[in-house]
Ligand binder design. Sequence first.
Ligand code: ADP
Ligand code: MG
Length: 485
Amino acid sequence: MNRVRMYINGNFVESGGKAWLPVYDPSTEEVIAEVPDSIAADVDLAVKAARAAFDQGAWPQTTPQDRGRLLFKLADVIRRQSAQLAELESRNTGKPIVEAEFDVTDTATCFEYYGGIATKIMGYVNPVPDNALSLSLREPVGVAGQIIPWNYPLLMAAWKLAPALAAGCTCVLKPAEQTPLTILELAGSFQEIGFPPGVINIVTGFGDTAGAPIVAHPDVDKVAFTGSAAVGKLILRSAADSIKRVALELGGKSPNIFFADSDFEAAVDGALFGVFINQGEVCSAGSRILVERSIYSKFVDAMVEKTRTIKLGPPLSRDTKMGPLVSKEQYERVRSYQEIGKGEARLVAGGGRLQSADRGYYVEPTIFADVNNNHRIAREEVFGPVAAVIPFEGETEAIRIANDTPYGLAAAVWSRDIFRALRVVKAVRAGIVWVNHMQPTYVEAPWGGYKQSGFGRELGPWGIEEYLETKQVHINLSEQPIGWY
Ligand code: ADP
Ligand code: MG
């Protein structure tokens, strides 16, 4: 068996508990590797290493220029190994190879961006009224605990590691149990690039046994989490005990709103891309498709027609547009929502397992029409290729339905009327809003949610704020006695 060890304090190690967990290829359902099934004692070793690298200065005392250069080197390694990393990512997640290649490029870009930011973290001179110099210094938060999901494994690791390292934090990162392979592959280069031991630690394992101890650990200063809302709530509760700083990027049920005056072809394409990209395993998936009544039936018909042409197949095949879901658990979850949807609304496309696949976690891209926003398929995050199409009448109703959700991660609006589009942009309560597009995002722009989609912003200059403390320094310039007593 291909046993891949985890990375703690500069070494590839097994779990102290000696157990291993299987990692699958979801297109064949076969085990392709095993990684350590970590326990709290492993987490403790990783946190101790990160703590020592932070407290004994190995990392925060490197210069910002040196930290930046290391991040650039890491980006170079990723670009050099991109073909191999993309293939591994595609094999382990089931995502089409072409999408995995985009992810790997974005991963390198993210490290480059924060490599540049490392030398641009600046404090302030505070304009105080006394004869004093008052400064605000920006300092790293300390040890960052980072827990990430399985939908974009390498990219999500970069979104968390890059700003933390640029800020001068040390990291204990736990990949999702389903998809630990690409970040461990990359970890093979950390030492050679020049990261001191303990600066980056990758701990593999399950959420309750390896994730929860990171959140509960008293020596972890901050937790950043991307994943389900249910686990986000657990993390927030647990972090209360040690008053940890927390950033949460949770799920969504994002509205993709189509007005009758939008470019019809582009709109239909945007509706499908918005919800089916990456098999729909996207936190910002446009899974509620709101369509103005006057174009509604034509729009649904066109979606159905075009969905028939989406090519499902093996992830590594270059013409595949949709691969299998990541795991058996996710497959069963999505299948159950397909059944729930059948009892609530009108099934117009898909609705089951991909019949032609004799193995692998393939489900058909599925569309429900005439969905009511109160239906479960309109309220609960499916995290798979299941679209809920909801008709509306006019702008006011579109906005009301769009905002009638506990989530607030993303939204999109399609219209050629710039006034209307911008009114909707302002009215929608979501952290990311697209106009005449959905899904593309850039390392330069903020990412994060409103409402129960979490708090905190990743990427851009906002991303680094999450890993910085602010220290006030007051320097008395008066040589007179203070004269109070
Ligand atoms: P999913 O439902 O798709 O598995 P999760 O939110 O459970 O999504 O998983 C996202 C990440 O959170 C994974 O790395 C997982 O191991 C981790 N995780 C799950 N449960 C916990 C927990 N109780 N504490 C900390 N991390 C957890
Ligand atoms: Mg889980």
